[in-house]
Design a protein around this ligand. Sequence first.
Ligand SMILES: C[S@@+](CC[C@H](N)C(=O)[O-])C[C@H]1O[C@@H](n2cnc3c(N)ncnc32)[C@H](O)[C@@H]1O
Length: 404
Amino acid sequence: MTSHSTHQELVTKSVISELNGSASVSFLSLLRSLPGIDPLLVLKELHTHSKSSGRYANQAKALLEDSNTKRDYAVRSHPHPVPHPLDYDWRYSPKGLMAIIEQLERKVTAKGVVALLGAPTLAKALSERRSTLQLHLFDQNTLWGQLIDGVAFHELDLASDGVPKEVLNQADYVVLDPPWYIDTYKHFIWYGSQLLNDGGTLAISVLPIGTRPSADADRRKIMDYAKSCGLVFVGEETAALNYSTPPFERNAFRAAGISTAIDEWRHADLWEYRPVQNAAGSSRPEQEKEVSTWHELTLDVVRIRFDMTASSGLPELHSLVHGDVLPTVSARDPRRENATVWTSGNRIFHCSNSQRLYDLCQSIEWPKNVAEVNASRDSTESRALKQIEELVQLEILEYGGHIG
Ligand SMILES: C[S@@+](CC[C@H](N)C(=O)[O-])C[C@H]1O[C@@H](n2cnc3c(N)ncnc32)[C@H](O)[C@@H]1O
């Protein structure tokens, strides 16, 4: 049996078990009670039941209708800086933050050393509690530097950069929240194991079993790799960490036909480890320092990535999908390959010369009347800049006009 068919069985079994319990009165409550299954797969499953003459047909129809009922996301949850889909940046919800803060504060003394790997909103929340903890944030997203006070910010790539001497073997508690891919898990675990002191605890946010066909195997690989790094498993809490639905994913869901707001449906399991005394420890997973081909501009509050390898031809944007929003956040979607311009609202475009477009956008002061700037440009460049201006206006509106 393939992992795809096993995953499909898990989806079917989990949805039926919820429908049997009749506990899920809305599409959102159904999603929240499932083991992290993609809402689009849940929709598909409900469609199958609704078209059948089986016992779940009416329940499935009611849940589908609920998924189609227009409900807006709360504006309070628009984050700053706005996450970009190419970073796989899923932030903790307020509930998720409280859960990890309580866990951490139970284990660490007031002046303890805490290292946060890929958990900037946790660093921000802890610093705002005016705690006396010694906080270290490790993250590659440069934008966090200006936003968090009272935290030592190590802006680096956890896959290839070195470990600062002052934090080596110093941390009482280490939190890892990598993008949910096995390679990034390994890099984060190795790095975290170097920071941990002898009596410390390392906490990993682990993808739930329903996330994708490989999730079960990925979870076993995480377990095996942590063991090879000299870490011993000390406990887990299922679905302990809750996440907000980022704006890019909201757009993807809307584009895929889910009109109701489905915030805070995603969760991760929390696994805790302690170091084994005198363990040999694994060698670091190999990784060449990667130079990204994507360059980013923040225009107002909208973040746009440009693929700098697309450098011949005209700088205009061409649609790749109906309505421009890619209706999924799955890294396995083949439509991603043709995108050379990508917004924080999950809009993707093909542009033969996104390098030129990047230069054009950078050359004007933003926000500025693009029409005014355009008077001196050729018509293709004018059109391309106008397209970007309209995109920025559209996404500012989607963020409620204001982020904070
Ligand atoms: C899934 S998000 C987790 C965000 C977290 N839940 C929060 O609310 O703060 C992953 C984070 O890891 C960071 N990241 C991803 N790969 C990285 C790498 N190789 N080196 C450093 N940081 C990385 C991203 O910038 C992002 O902040």
